[in-house]
Ligand binder design. Structure first.
Ligand code: V47
Length: 374
């Protein structure tokens, strides 16, 4: 690292000493980081950790999002994607349609399908099992990262199964890992306002714990920039860190910037660059037991995500191809980025692009084929 640590903020010097000594940060440290405007000093520390773990390596993948339905019994105030069954714009893909969506524009390059959707009141559990089994049959080499903890808990209730049984059946059908959505902010006070119909924070964590016990790895998200405060964010991070100590099952932490447009919270302001960068950096610093911090370019914009690569992030997510959840909420980012565009963003940040599969194995490509090194 070329630069030395500098700050005028007296709260940060002892934290920097801990970071350099590889010591775990406390709740008070995390609150001091959020309270400080010295984003360069915070970024220095996060970059120190990031480079110690990954050097210049920056990960991305070639993936496609599939959202089989936007019909949702929950009416979360944070969401612009969900629709009631009979309302305008509601859709539910027939299985054939979902498989076709997966195939549309499909090339051998795709290594992951990211599959999430609404909590549909009528679709039987078998629909989801068949959806997954059909995808596995048609695209056996593609990793299926499917269903948030919230969807799993909902499917369990609908099928009158335990969370464990539900996850076992999903795994048997072909689910390879779980995405990190639905975590939002764990604090009840916030959850009761932004997503009161969802499982609570403790249930989200318990579902993740069960998934990890069954050998299914998952990601974890945190939605920021709405009505939460610093204490809520720190509480969220510490709960994730505690579960990771126990299971080691989380792969990546993804701070998600709230997009208010077209949601019942549309009166709130959009997040700022400072808040975006601080959440990446503080996530990197507090979650010392997470391997990866993802700057999800769809949410942050490619420009902020690129800067984040020098503030703690080591992953940009992927090509995505077709995104609905944030675009319904007013995101103006492109629907997808080409592999070459992701590589350019990474190279121009002075980093080394490394295509990965979902499990962070390197993907080696030549003109006509690819192999995943395991
Ligand atoms: O859980 C919903 C969020 C999440 C809005 O695991 C919103 O690799 C902003 O979790 N503004 C789903 N955010 C997306 C998600 C995700 C994305 C990329 C990669 C991975 C991964 C996971 O999107 C939801 C919720 O927190 N969300 N509505 C909104 N208006």
């Amino acid at each position: 690292m070329a630069h030395t640590f500098q700050t005028d903020d007296v709260r940060l010097a002892p934290i920097a000493a801990k970071v350099q000594a590889g010591e775990r940060l406390t709740e008070e440290d995390a609150l001091a980081l959020y309270a400080s405007p010295d984003v360069l000093a915070i970024g220095w520390m996060a970059n120190f950790v990031r480079e110690k773990r990954h050097g210049n390596k920056t990960f991305f993948n070639v993936n496609r999002h599939i959202n089989p339905t936007n019909v949702c019994v929950a009416a979360c105030r944070l969401c612009a994607f969900g629709r009631k069954k009979d309302s305008a714009g509601a859709y539910t893909m027939a299985l054939e349609e979902a498989w076709q969506a997966a195939a549309s524009g499909y090339t051998e390059a795709v290594t992951e399908f990211h599959i999430v959707g609404g909590l549909h009141p009528d679709l039987p559990f078998e629909y989801f099992l068949d959806l997954i089994a059909g995808l596995k049959q048609r695209f056996p080499q593609v990793h299926l990262k499917a269903f948030t903890m919230v969807e799993v808990a909902f499917l369990a209730k609908r099928a009158k199964l335990s969370i464990r049984q539900t996850l076992e059946k999903l795994k048997l059908a072909g689910v390879d890992s779980l995405p990190g959505g639905g975590a939002e902010i764990f604090a009840d006070r916030v959850r009761s306002i932004i997503c009161d119909h969802k499982i609570d924070g403790a249930e989200w964590l318990e579902t993740a714990r069960t998934a990890h016990q069954l050998g299914l790895r998952s990601n974890a998200t945190m939605l920021y920039g709405h009505i939460e405060n610093d204490e809520d964010r720190v509480d969220h991070l510490l709960k994730l860190r505690a579960l990771q100590d126990e299971t080691g099952g989380f792969q990546t932490f993804i701070p998600l910037a709230f997009h208010p447009d077209n949601t019942p919270l549309r009166h709130l302001s959009k997040t700022t660059g400072m808040l975006d960068i601080k959440n990446i950096a503080i996530g990197r610093l507090v979650l010392d037991n997470f391997s990866h911090i993802k700057a999800y370019w769809q949410m942050l914009t490619p420009k902020i995500a690129q800067i984040a690569l020098r503030f703690g992030a080591d992953d940009l997510d992927g090509t995505v191809i077709e995104e609905k959840i944030y675009h319904d909420a007013g995101a103006t980012t492109p629907q997808g980025l080409r592999r070459s565009e992701l590589e350019r963003l990474i190279r121009e940040a002075g980093r080394e692009p490394l295509e990965r599969d979902t499990m962070y194995h390197p993907v080696i490509r030549n003109e006509t084929s690819f192999t995943v090194s395991v």
